[in-house]
Design a protein around this ligand. Structure first.
Ligand code: ARG
Length: 563
């Protein structure tokens, strides 16, 4: 039974047809503190119809209402406050959690519809940036959340493995590079060549001419060009994979920009057939004035294609391959215009499914309030961050629990989990400052705090020893447990909201609230005392652990049982 509906039905019976059940549901509020009730109905809503002061109406309603199914119903000023029956509610929720286990909160909103999620997508021959980290962890969490409501997410790493920069890289390598150097330290060396290219090209425009020629060769399938490109790509990918392993993120596809090289002629032909291409200074563009957007540059003078051309081919490929119900792009907000153009061009081509494509933007990670950038030298190397976070976690664990078995693995779960959690607890559009010591704290709104709360729940269960926690007979009337129980009941709603808003922070904030409520309960109650509610309390503790573990799992964070 849906409890809000129960309240609405009790009211509908006594409002003389002045409000429908839906109207009442829309008006029902949730009081700030559960001391004011679990639901509240504002009697203002009936003031016109009943021609009375809301305070009077509230009193009358309380007198008429069938109170049997509630713990109590009270008029407070112009509000009718409903207090749910704690015993029945706790039994109901705990049973749902324990009988469903990790499937608690699942639903069938998605009907197995395919949802490709374009995520991470770093650029070959460059270090993976904090922006790519955000895309990776946000995309991964959205995939988990969508899967939970029965969509079929497809995680695509649209690698930046094509484009004029490869012409530059090959030129630079041929001039200054060596195989041994690259083998020893691929990403840094390749970046170094690339940076040197840009510096020297400022003085020597010949270099740009040569780079364009090399990219053209690459697009035309020249053997040497392809060989170098393949090698650079493989070296970069293995460096990226190391980071993905640390983060525990897997992909369903690594089809990057290069994959669409032989699929772009078709796009250009389609655009031509639809009379959408216009020549502008030798280049081919699509005019997007009616969308209030700058023209999309599709093909350069020398015939070379662009980022957006490859994205057009990719969007069409994804529609054909997956017949998606939604197609998501988890990419920084600085590319908002690109995705507007992409959708507009597809729409102009007559593809109404472009309405199902959504750019999921996110804000910047800053340091000392300043934007990170390769050029300014303000870079954070992801691998270092994850290692430092793990070291910091290890130190704290050693202080708290020197005999912990598996300490290495737990430190990784906590350190890496802290970095992921910190990223996801912020609404994705917010910029945030990265301070490692803040991220790995065991108190406050952090991943380790949630993990620690779960480990504490697990340790209570271990201490209880040989008991059988059951799904039934868990009528807990203890007011101290009430906030925790209600939060457990909110979980299915939380997941749906997070999915609808593509907002993992909804789940992360929920996990913090649940941890807080549980820690307060634990501090004020003797859970293991031998009385007739002991098993019900343990069932609640177990339920908390199930839901915290699952919340963390939706965020892509592990939940150690002991720490
Ligand atoms: N490689 C690009 C970058 O690092 C991101 C690609 C995003 N995905 C896409 N389909 N455009 O900026």
């Amino acid at each position: 039974m849906n409890y809000k509906q129960q309240v609405a039905q009790a009211l509908v019976a006594i409002v003389d047809g002045n409000l429908t059940e839906e109207e009442i549901i829309a008006k029902i509020e949730i009081p700030k503190s559960s001391e004011m009730g679990d639901y509240a109905f504002p009697a203002f809503a009936l003031a016109k119809a009943f021609r009375k002061a809301p305070q009077m109406i509230a009193k009358d309603l309380v007198e008429q209402i069938d109170q049997s199914q509630f713990e109590s119903v009270a008029a407070v000023g112009p509000y009718v406050n409903f207090f749910l029956n704690k015993s029945a509610f706790s039994q109901d929720i705990i049973e749902q959690v324990l009988s469903n286990g990790s499937k608690y909160g699942a639903s069938d909103v998605g009907h197995e519809g395919n949802v490709p999620i374009d995520m991470s997508s770093p650029n070959i021959a460059k270090p993976i940036s904090m922006g790519h980290l955000r895309s990776t962890v946000i995309g991964n969490s959205i995939a988990n959340i969508l899967a939970k409501i029965n969509y079929n997410p497809i995680k695509i790493n649209h690698l930046g493995d094509w484009g004029t920069q490869f012409g530059k890289l090959i030129t630079a390598y041929k001039l200054w590079g060596s195989e041994a150097e690259v083998k020893a330290d691929p990403i840094n060396k390749l970046l170094e060549y690339y940076v040197r290219f840009h510096k020297e090209a400022e003085e020597n425009p010949e270099l740009d001419v040569e780079a364009r020629a090399w990219f053209k060769k690459l697009e035309d399938g020249d053997e040497e060009a392809i060989e170098l490109w393949t090698w650079f790509r493989a070296e970069s990918l293995s460096a990226f994979n190391k980071i993905y392993d640390m983060l525990g993120v897997q992909f369903d596809s690594f089809k990057g920009e290069a994959f669409y090289n032989d699929k772009m002629d078709e796009v250009v032909t389609m655009l031509k057939d639809k009379n959408l291409l216009k020549e502008s200074q030798g280049a081919e563009i699509v005019d997007l004035e009616k969308y209030d957007l700058n023209p999309a540059l599709i093909q350069k003078t020398d015939g070379a294609t662009l980022y957006i051309t490859r994205d057009l081919a990719a969007a069409i490929y994804r529609k054909r391959t997956y017949n998606f119900v939604q197609s998501l792009y988890v990419v920084g907000n600085e590319q908002a215009n690109h995705f507007k153009q992409l959708k507009a061009v597809l729409k102009e081509m007559g593809n109404d499914w472009s309405d199902d494509m959504h750019h999921i933007p996110f804000g910047l990670i800053t340091q000392g309030g300043k934007k990170l950038s390769t050029r300014s030298g303000r870079v954070i190397l992801l691998e270092e961050v994850l290692n430092d976070a793990t070291d910091l976690a290890k130190k704290q664990i050693q202080d708290k629990n020197p005999d912990l078995p598996n300490a290495e693995q737990v430190a990784k779960d906590v350190g890496v989990g802290a970095v992921i959690f910190h990223d996801l607890k912020n609404e994705r559009m917010n910029n945030f400052d990265f301070v490692l010591e803040e991220v790995v704290r065991f108190e406050g709104e952090t991943g380790p705090y949630v993990q620690y709360s779960n480990a504490r729940a697990q340790s209570i269960i271990r201490k209880a020893g040989d008991v059988t926690i059951s799904e039934s007979n868990n009528e807990l009337s203890d007011p101290a447990a009430w906030d925790t129980i209600k939060l457990l009941g909110d979980f299915p709603k939380i997941i749906k909201r997070a999915a609808k808003e593509y907002e993992p922070s909804v789940v992360a904030k929920y996990a913090i609230h649940l941890s807080r409520a549980f820690n307060k309960y634990y501090a004020n109650s003797k859970i293991l005392v031998d009385d007739d509610q002991k098993l019900a309390r343990l069932a609640l503790v177990q339920s908390v652990s199930v839901v915290l573990t699952e919340s963390l799992s939706l965020l892509g964070v592990n939940a150690p049982k002991e720490m």
